[in-house]
Design a protein around this ligand. Structure first.
Ligand SMILES: NC(=O)c1ccc[n+]([C@@H]2O[C@H](COP(=O)([O-])OP(=O)(O)OC[C@H]3O[C@@H](n4cnc5c(N)ncnc54)[C@H](OP(=O)(O)O)[C@@H]3O)[C@@H](O)[C@H]2O)c1
Length: 234
């Protein structure tokens, strides 16, 4: 880890494992100070990373489906400013479940976690992001309505498509905002969610995804991009 700080600050929501943990590691390598969140119980991975981060990784706690926890996080961070707020947290349901057979409870769980809650996080926390900063959310290529010709993963797709729509509405409501807004697709990556058969290793996705986000910094408006910086059809 480089001893020099870049003076940039990232607030990263959902970093206990998988792509979120890798993003925390990646931005520390880039010299950023990182506040990374986990849910409830401490995960040794993130805490071990904090121990070797020279004080540049702080761990916070939030479960994004609980608005009171999101508001409490905001209260704890209200006096601070970040160059980037990135919401990574997300879930999937059983891949085999279609809209025909998913239970209402499971549908609601995925929609609330993947579509409503990330938007609530940015609604509540947006004022800790600098005027020239970036607000990003981890979407998915599966969220593209235009590219859905093969079906599968119906509930998950629907949740990320809804997320994309809500982010477009957020962008429309903040048309004069100078900040960079990003919906990111990391590719199909080997994590607990992606599974071991996924096409990409974390090291093939996350450094590229970070390069893509950093390259967009300072550009106002919303973009839906993959990890290599390619535009995705809405
Ligand atoms: N892997 C892929 O191929 C792929 C492809 C496209 C998009 N994505 C998206 O990328 C993001 C990360 O995926 P991943 O593959 O790293 O998944 P993962 O290994 O299952 O990790 C999911 C992360 O989200 C956190 N999380 C889930 N629900 C949360 C909640 N209510 N509040 C706070 N944190 C919560 C989890 O925390 P806990 O440890 O507490 O559960 C964990 O840190 C997700 O948004 C996913 O949809 C992944």
């Amino acid at each position: 880890m480089p001893p020099l700080s870049s003076n940039k600050k990232l607030l990263l929501i959902g970093a206990s494992r998988g792509l979120g943990f890798a993003l925390a590691e990646e931005y520390l390598k880039r010299g950023w100070d990182v506040v990374a969140t986990e849910r409830g119980a401490s995960t040794s991975k993130l805490h071990k990373l904090a121990q070797v981060s020279d004080g540049r990784l702080e761990i916070e706690t939030v479960d994004i489906v609980h608005p009171d926890q999101v508001r409490a996080l905001h209260a704890r961070l209200a006096a601070r400013k970040f160059d980037m707020l990135f919401v990574n947290a997300g879930v999937k349901n059983d891949d085999r479940e279609t809209i025909a057979d998913v239970s209402t409870d499971e549908f609601v769980r995925v929609m609330i976690t993947n579509a409503l809650s990330p938007m609530r996080v940015i609604e509540v926390l947006q004022d800790v992001v600098r005027a020239d900063g970036t607000i990003g959310i981890m979407s998915s290529g599966q969220g593209s309505v235009a590219n859905n010709e093969s079906g599968h993963y119906e509930v998950y797709r629907g949740s990320k498509a809804a997320l994309n729509m809500f982010m477009r509405s957020f962008a429309a409501r903040h048309a004069d905002d100078s900040r960079t807004l990003l919906l990111m697709a990391p590719g199909w990556v080997q994590t607990d969610m992606g599974g071991p058969q996924a096409r990409l290793r974390i090291e093939e996705s996350i450094p590229n995804l970070a390069n893509t986000m950093d390259a967009q910094a300072g550009r106002a408006g919303l973009q839906y991009l993959d990890y290599l910086g390619r535009r995705i059809a809405w």
